[in-house]
Design a protein. Structure first.
Length: 425
RNA sequence: GGAAAGGUGGCAGAGUGGUCGAAUGCGGCGGUCUCGAAAACCGUUGUGCGGGCAACCGUACCGGGAGUUCGAAUCUCCCCCUUUCCGCCA
């Protein structure tokens, strides 16, 4: 959520930001409703002051034996008027809030303006020693490999649940678990994150806090009976850990790393890049979440990206880092880097991580603040998160890059102590 | 799922219709004392919104919502949550 004062003072800037994000929102209506709201508040507060004054006089008058029926009748009228004003105010605030919840975050000025992913900017790329895009060997894709080695079972996943719910079998399951443990250990022991194991179901307030609701409702699974939502990312429970709280400035930055399964309906995305692991309804992800002081958040974003890259370099998987242009930024993000890993079978880059700074957009929605030591006043923190990383897309690149001409998989060196085996055949 | 108790300021915990944003204690901050610290003592200490350049003023908030009343932390109704016991169960 944007600051109402900011919108009031910079309506043209806000409109431009919305346009650059390829979104639409009713900024002029916000300004009108805001004006109306302030008039109503002023009126109602004046009447309430009058009522409060009378309320303290009535007991005194009664003690003195004076007749209070006149004042009471007058206050009855005042109260009715207050009720009417409060009703109007509630409606105006609801209308205002409904619009505000659909206004996207502003892109940071450092983000390139662009319409679509075609205008994202490659920041850097990293390739393992000896890597070549022009492999002379015939490569199998991850689906063929998974089938041949009996480590991935898409058909049975579809049987027991539905399409997009793959099953990991045997060494495939062990490899998946090893990846998760490897990534968590690295973030916790080398990058200074605190481990969190959150619930995989959250309530509606949490989904609103991080911005999944109300706008992205169609993409979320919902358990209506209990009013709960399976999380699309650990970002939701972990960012909401401090919802409604005020932390001390010296505690910042707070850095959490969490594993979770992630559930996404992916409504309307059938057909495109959806085979095998490329788009699934349930996948595993290790997520990094940070709460920072406003002035530190962009430095922390750079570090966040490096922490994710560190994983890929340790695994020796080729990747590149993109800075998303305004048109490709998500609803809540002010700036975002995507990390894409190389798929030799698809001959394309696959998004495996997304690292974003939300500035105070989520903090404002979720009411997460810190106490500024200098001013003693609470201020909104900045929140950031990044995948570190999602295992499904990573698994595609890993299997395809580590296959041998005979169709076996060499397990990356750093995972040996987790897997207990060095080859999948 | 059944039964009971309870949700008040950073925490603990009073308050059952009127000057209650709320006693008291702890904690925090500032000060006195001290070479320094502790103890003791004194003072101070919530958040949002509106108005104002500001000092400040007004208003709202005692789990959430609705109601009764001139007036609600306090009374009524609905909902949510927590704890304990029983049942079921990984």
């Amino acid at each position: 959520m944007l600051d109402l004062k900011f919108i009031r003072e910079n309506p043209e800037l806000v409109k431009k930001g919305i346009e650059n994000k390829n979104e639409t929102a009713r900024v002029d209506e916000v300004l009108e409703l805001d004006q109306k709201r302030r008039e109503l508040v002023l009126n109602a507060d004046e009447l309430k002051a009058k009522r409060n004054q009378a309320s303290s006089q009535i007991p005194q008058m009664k003690k003195a034996g004076q007749d209070t029926s006149g004042v009471m009748a007058e206050m009855k009228r005042v109260s009715d008027e207050i009720t009417s004003l409060d009703d109007q105010l509630r409606q105006v605030e609801k209308d205002l809030n409904d619009i505000l919840m659909y206004i996207p975050n502003m892109p940071n000025p450092s983000v390139p303006v662009g319409k679509s992913s075609a205008e994202n900017v490659e920041v850097r790329r990293w390739l393992p020693e000896g890597f070549s895009f022009e492999s002379e060997e015939k490569v199998l894709d991850h689906i063929e490999l998974g089938k041949k080695l009996k480590i991935l079972d898409f058909e049975r996943g579809a049987k027991i649940t539905g399409s997009g719910f793959p099953v990991y079998m045997g060494k495939g399951a062990t490899l998946e678990r090893s990846l998760i443990n490897f990534m968590l250990d690295k973030h916790i022991h080398e990058h200074g994150y605190k481990e969190v194991f959150p619930p995989f179901l959250v309530n509606e307030d949490s989904m609103k806090g991080t911005g999944q609701l109300p706008k992205m409702e169609e993409d979320m699974y919902a358990i209506e009976k209990d009013g709960l939502y399976p999380i699309p990312t650990a970002e939701v429970p972990v960012t909401n850990l401090l919802r409604g709280e005020i932390v001390e400035e010296k505690e910042l930055p707070i850095k959490f790393a969490a594993y979770s399964a992630c559930f996404r309906r992916e409504a309307g995305s059938y057909g495109k890049d959806s085979k095998g692991f490329l788009r699934v309804h349930q996948f595993n992800k290790v997520e990094m979440v940070k709460y920072t002081k406003p002035e530190d958040s962009y430095d922390e974003l750079e570090k966040l990206v490096r922490d994710a890259e560190d994983i890929l370099q340790a695994l020796k998987i080729p990747y590149r880092v993109l800075m998303l242009c305004t048109g490709d930024l998500s609803f809540s993000a002010a700036k975002c880097y995507d990390i894409e890993t190389w798929s030799p079978a698809e001959k394309k880059w696959l998004e495996a991580s997304s690292c974003s700074n939300f500035e105070n957009f989520q903090a404002r929605r979720a009411n997460i603040r810190f106490r500024n030591e200098a001013t003693k006043k609470p201020e909104f923190v900045h929140t950031l998160n990044g995948s570190g990383l999602a295992t499904s897309r990573l698994m595609v690149s890993l299997l395809e890059n580590y296959q041998t001409p005979e169709g076996k998989i060499i397990v990356p060196q750093v995972l040996h102590k987790y897997t207990g085996f060095e080859v999948i055949d």
